[in-house]
Design a protein around this ligand. Structure first.
Ligand SMILES: NC(=O)c1ccc[n+]([C@@H]2O[C@H](COP(=O)([O-])OP(=O)(O)OC[C@H]3O[C@@H](n4cnc5c(N)ncnc54)[C@H](O)[C@@H]3O)[C@@H](O)[C@H]2O)c1
Length: 388
């Protein structure tokens, strides 16, 4: 078992989320040897700004550095598949951002390659690692809610509300054919499978594009940026701004979710409620240290995150005592701690306690069903059998 300080990492991409990866790794004591950017110059500048020893000029150069055991892929979506392939071929462990790939054929290939490599393969569904979500999973698995019957919620943001809002995610060849669903809906859908322990078996989806023309700025735009460019070009938009989806789960539970990137005032609001036959649990990502637990026969409860009052998994995901609010960036630390335990052991455990490529692929298959359902205007099953 290698200690965290003996493990080396490198990060591809240093935009919004690459920076969060780097900070979380440093917090754990993992050595981040450098980063790869869109160009060698950009990588050198970002490495300097973030206090890293170097920017790599290419993926080849990164993989030639034998101090790098793990590579984190935080580039735009269309690059994940080819970069992960190269990383696995070079015998390194991989942590890839969601979505794992652009298509389920690509993600199926990555699952196969990862399994053959014996390397740790993780997908960054970090929201699972809010301590209270780990707690809800344990609560459900232990029968604390009874049988899961109804799973509802939303994932709303407002950063693509205006026709002048722009990001690479709006371009299908860089972001994928599903946008709101692939970008944020995938987190909600994965989280619900995680907390309930039930896969999604079929969906009835309605996708809508309310802004069919957007104004693309002439230069590059940072994710979540609110700056306005003077020069813009009109672009047709093919991907969805919103989605409303009915769900059926493997155990017969029903669900519904609304997903939107143009809900005024909602910056990053993921909410869910799981209604069981004896109790319910509800959580809101903008109040992540509070869990509502609903009862019929006695007063409802609010559990404030507290390692002393949660199950083992919730306590393990907590870094701080109760009352010291933990948030988004802390989930990366807890998720990476779980992943790097396997890295320290040289390969994945039989049943990893973090999301793997198999989970990333399953999410792609759910996405396929969502797209097919929206096109056909009917229920569609998630087709797992063809991808075994
Ligand atoms: N898990 C989460 O909560 C979460 C949150 C945000 C983004 N993401 C995912 O992370 C990825 C990046 O999103 P972001 O918001 O950070 O985007 P971003 O645009 O802010 O950053 C992307 C980075 O990739 C770099 N890049 C572009 N082309 C490259 C290339 N050829 N080689 C290497 N690097 C290149 C860019 O320079 C930039 O640093 C996406 O896949 C997204 O879905 C996940």
């Amino acid at each position: 078992m290698r200690r965290l300080s003996e493990i080396g990492a490198a990060v591809i991409g240093s935009g919004f989320i690459g920076t969060v990866h780097i900070e979380a790794l440093r917090r754990l004591g993992v050595r981040v040897h450098g980063l790869l950017g869109s160009t060698a110059e950009r990588a050198a500048i970002r490495a300097d700004e973030l206090g890293l020893e170097r920017g790599f000029a290419s993926l080849e150069e990164l993989l030639a550095d034998d101090r790098v055991d793990v590579v984190h892929v935080t580039s735009p979506n269309h690059l994940h598949h080819s970069q992960v392939r190269e990383i696995l071929a070079a015998g390194r462990h991989v942590v890839c951002e969601k979505p794992l790939a652009m298509t389920s054929a690509e993600s199926a290939e990555l699952v196969r390659l990862a399994a053959g490599s014996g390397r740790v393969n993780a997908v960054n569904f970090n929201i699972r690692f809010y301590p209270l979500n780990q707690h809800v999973r344990e609560l459900v698995a232990g029968g604390g809610l009874g049988d899961v019957r109804l799973v509802t919620g939303h994932y709303f943001q407002d950063w693509l509300l205006l026709e002048t809002d722009w990001n690479w995610r709006l371009e299908p060849n860089r972001g994928g054919l599903l946008r709101a669903v692939g970008d944020i809906g995938s987190h909600w859908l994965d989280l619900m499978t995680f907390v309930t322990g039930q896969r999604i078996s079929s969906v009835m989806a309605d996708l809508a594009t309310f802004i069919p023309m957007r104004r693309e700025p002439d230069g590059p735009v940072e994710t979540f940026s609110t700056e306005r460019a003077a020069e813009t070009v009109e672009r047709e938009i093919e991907t969805e701004d919103t989605a409303t989806i009915l769900l059926r789960f493997a155990n017969g539970a029903r669900g519904s979710v609304a997903i939107s990137q143009l809900s005024p005032g909602r910056k990053n609001s993921l909410r869910y409620e799981v209604d069981g036959s004896s109790a319910a649990a509800s959580w809101d990502s903008e109040q992540p240290d509070q869990l509502w637990i609903g009862h019929r026969e006695h007063a409802n409860e609010i559990l404030i995150r507290n390692p002393a009052l949660m199950g083992a998994a919730g306590a393990a995901a907590s870094a701080l005592p109760g009352g010291h609010v933990e948030g988004f960036a802390d989930t990366f630390r807890s998720l990476f701690r779980a992943i790097y335990a396997d890295v320290g052991n040289g390969g994945p455990a039989d049943r990893p306690d973090y999301p793997t490529f198999a989970d990333g692929h399953d999410e792609m298959l759910v996405g396929d069903a969502v797209a097919a359902s929206s096109r056909a205007g009917r229920w569609c099953d998630v087709r797992r059998e063809e991808h075994r």
